[in-house]
Design a protein around this ligand. Structure first.
Ligand SMILES: C[S@@+](CC[C@H](N)C(=O)[O-])C[C@H]1O[C@@H](n2cnc3c(N)ncnc32)[C@H](O)[C@@H]1O
Length: 252
């Protein structure tokens, strides 16, 4: 469940007892069964299919668009050379500057919880390696992503561009969101603040969803799904305990 790497995912279903993959992510040729599913990248395809089967489907993620996207995005391209052999493993990995690329299962859980579809405008706070943004773009979403660490934002943007993902990137403190592009159908925050940033709530469209880990630094946090109803009320649903890296501020 962790972004930081010290903790482990919730043992919903033990790895190795996975049900059969959904038809959209498996057929004899290793290509998607549906013609609407984006083309899979052959490079390390077996590793990706195994990751989706054993780490994601096995834990109850069944959104076919999420599974297809995570079967297609070459996760190893977002990981440094030293970590290539672990790029598809069931845990987060270091990406430098004390930050991590999140565990595949957590990427899938958060992406599914967003409930967003093609054409929806989505804001990510915490670009990191760019992998989560690529998964969202692969699903056909209109992706905006903000990273506070310049040294991470630049290579992430480069990788996304090289892979052909049309993602809008920005280097800034994501606490204030991206007001010029608001409202968003979905907002995903991949670092943990100790409170929910009000500017992000304000930038959600009616019916919009925000998925965000919230909790004190150094302690287990709660992953929340907030949904704004049409009359402006905010409904909160806990998705369980997680361990993310801290949400930092420009003045930190
Ligand atoms: C767990 S990592 C993100 C993983 C990333 N989504 C990926 O797919 O690789 C969290 C990221 O949030 C960034 N971050 C932390 N506080 C931030 C803030 N206030 N605004 C923008 N980014 C922030 C960190 O620098 C780090 O890169």
């Amino acid at each position: 469940m962790s972004c930081a790497g010290e903790t482990h995912p919730p043992p919903v279903t033990p790895v190795g007892t996975a049900p059969a993959l959904e038809s959209t992510v498996q057929n004899d040729a290793g290509a998607p069964a549906s013609t609407e599913t984006p083309a899979l990248t052959d490079d390390r395809l077996e590793d990706r299919m195994s990751m989706v089967d054993n780490q994601i489907v096995s834990r109850g993620i069944n959104d076919s668009a999420v599974l297809a996207a995570m079967s297609a995005v070459p996760r190893h391209r977002f990981v440094a050379d030293d970590w290539q052999d672990q790029a598809y493993r069931d845990h987060p990995l270091p990406i430098g500057y004390g930050q991590t690329i999140s565990q595949p299962y957590i990427v899938a859980l958060m992406t599914e919880a967003l409930g967003a579809g093609p054409g929806d405008k989505v804001l990510e706070i915490g670009t990191g390696s760019g992998y989560q943004a690529a998964v969202l773009a692969e699903m056909g979403l209109d992706v905006f992503t903000i990273e506070i660490v310049d040294e991470l934002a630049a290579p992430a943007e480069k990788t996304l561009r090289e892979l052909g993902y049309d993602v809008q990137t920005r280097t800034d403190d994501g606490y204030f969101g991206w007001p010029e592009e608001a409202p968003f159908s979905a907002i995903i925050v991949t670092a943990a603040p100790d409170h929910v940033p009000q500017p992000l709530v304000d930038q959600l469209a009616p019916g919009g969803v925000m998925v965000i880990p919230v909790g004190p630094i150094g302690a287990v946090q709660t992953l929340w799904k907030f949904t704004v109803s049409d009359d402006g009320n905010v409904l909160a649903e806990s998705l369980g305990p997680v361990g993310f890296v801290p949400f930092t501020r420009a003045e930190d």
